[in-house]
Design a protein around this ligand. Structure first.
Ligand SMILES: Cc1ncc(COP(=O)(O)O)c(C=O)c1O
Length: 337
């Protein structure tokens, strides 16, 4: 069968396939009933620090170039990995990047507003607009798009997380990569577990599963919304729209597995379980997670393992979606004085 994603414009950015490695030491630390554990290193996708947005941006930048755009406008929290990677992808494609960063996370760590992704956005030369928590981002986008048009430019807008149908193609392609790698190693029954936020990663993976029904199950850990039901419904909608665009049947509603209980008080606010999970993986595997997404995602993953939620013969693949620069913005949580 020809690749249904081959029909869409794509700008090569990602270092793929990313490594798929076993986490033997983490597994040993979790006791004899722990199933086989792997990690898919999408923190190693390249592009100014890596992460899941590189795969989405291949399609988003591809579409922007195909539409003759010269500027990318996007948004996110102050420590957005998506914004940082968009800034880098724009540079790589010879485009301008305009970032609307919303100071929405109630976290007052000393470095939060100066370091991590925020610092990298400056180094990458992005045009940055910071708006307060009660600001109106939509009004700011409209103004920026109008300003761009008045200057004779053409801007391509992508929402937070790059979670559009086009962005989700990146994780439909990633799913096929993972399914092929597992099959080549003779691994059958398996599951991909990952941090889920704006939903494009999960929607793409679920569509990938529709394209390869014998591949791993997909299981998201909510790290974003306090209302998990509406988040699940939005992921299902995005997955259905993505499937339709590539001409396959929409996934069923029960294909969206979203584990709740690990966001903590709010998106971006540290939890003790996140800190424990980041330190455990660092100190058993030498792998750095992040405080906002993969740390909370791993906390959920460990809790599921400890509760015996997975069959012992089902191989678990934690998808490392990146975000490591965020550690520097949250140093107060980790620095041993
Ligand atoms: C490091 C990291 N992991 C996971 C996610 C979640 O991906 P998605 O927004 O596609 O759900 C993000 C999104 O920003 C991220 O930056």
């Amino acid at each position: 069968m020809s690749d249904p994603l081959g029909a869409f414009p794509r700008f090569p950015l990602a270092h793929v396939p990313t490594p798929l490695t076993e986490m033997k030491r983490l597994r040993a630390s979790l006791g004899p009933s722990c199933p086989p554990l792997f990690i898919k290193r999408d923190d190693c996708t390249g592009l100014a620090g890596g992460g899941n947005k590189t795969r989405k941006l291949e399609f988003l930048i591809g579409e922007a170039l195909a539409e003759g755009c010269d500027t990318i406008v996007t948004t996110g929290a102050l420590q957005s990995n998506h914004a940082r990677q968009t800034a880098a992808a724009a540079v790589a494609a010879g485009l301008r990047a305009t970032l609307v960063l919303v100071d929405m996370v109630p976290y007052d760590g000393e470095k939060y507003r100066r370091s991590g992704n925020r610092l990298l956005d400056d180094i990458l030369g992005a045009d940055i607009h910071i708006i307060p928590p009660d600001g109106n981002p939509v009004a700011v986008f409209k103004e920026l798009m109008a300003d761009s048009a008045a200057k004779g430019r053409k801007a391509y807008f992508t929402p937070a997380g790059g979670s559009t149908v086009t962005g989700s193609f990146g994780y439909a392609a990633a799913y096929i990569e993972i399914a092929d790698e597992l099959a080549a190693r003779g691994i059958g029954k398996s599951r991909i577990v990952h941090a889920s936020s704006s939903g494009g990663t999960q929607a793409g993976l679920v569509v990938g599963h529709c394209m390869r029904p014998d591949g791993p199950a997909v299981h998201g850990i909510n790290v974003y919304r306090l209302d998990a039901d509406s988040m699940k419904a939005d992921i299902a909608k995005l997955a259905a729209a993505t499937a339709e665009k590539i001409g396959i049947a929409a996934p069923s509603a029960d294909a969206i597995l979203l584990e709740d209980g690990f966001v903590g008080p709010r998106y971006g606010v540290p939890t003790p379980e996140m800190v424990e999970a980041v330190e455990l993986v660092a100190q058993t595997e030498g792998i750095l997670l992040d405080p906002v997404y993969t740390g909370k995602g791993m906390a959920g993953f460990l809790s599921l393992i400890q509760r015996g939620a997975f069959a012992q013969d089902e191989t678990q693949v934690f998808l490392h979606t990146g975000g490591m620069p965020g550690l520097f913005a949250y140093e107060d949580e980790f620095l041993r004085k």
